[in-house]
Design a protein around this ligand. Structure first.
Ligand code: SF4
Length: 98
């Protein structure tokens, strides 16, 4: 398998992401997005997922909400309120879910 064309494209994608995305603060979560989407959309493994801009917006919003909720509960900036019936789960509720 390591000698297959698919494997070498995946490795080429990973190498590209390692260089192209190294300064992105979301790289640990995203890792360049979906290799298939990147390679098919750009017709080369030297590309990232075309949803890069959307990922940055989504990860940025999740990080912002998570930090806000964490600070509120960890530093006493307001204890986490009891969730009411039918109320949406917070990011911290989902992150701390076993
Ligand atoms: S959000 Fe964009 S720049 Fe950041 S790791 Fe993902 S593909 Fe790379």
């Amino acid at each position: 398998m390591k000698t297959s064309d698919a494997w070498s494209k995946l490795q080429e994608f990973r190498d590209y992401v390692g260089e192209n995305c190294k300064k992105c603060k979301f790289v640990k979560y995203c890792e360049g997005g979906c290799p298939y989407n990147a390679i098919v959309a750009h017709k080369t493994p030297q590309a990232v997922d075309p949803q890069c801009d959307a990922y940055k917006i989504i990860f940025g919003e999740v990080s912002k909400r998570m930090n806000k909720e964490f600070a509120r509960s960890a530093f006493g900036l307001g204890a986490p309120a009891e969730r009411k019936e039918g109320e949406q789960f917070s990011i911290m509720d989902l992150a701390m879910k076993p």
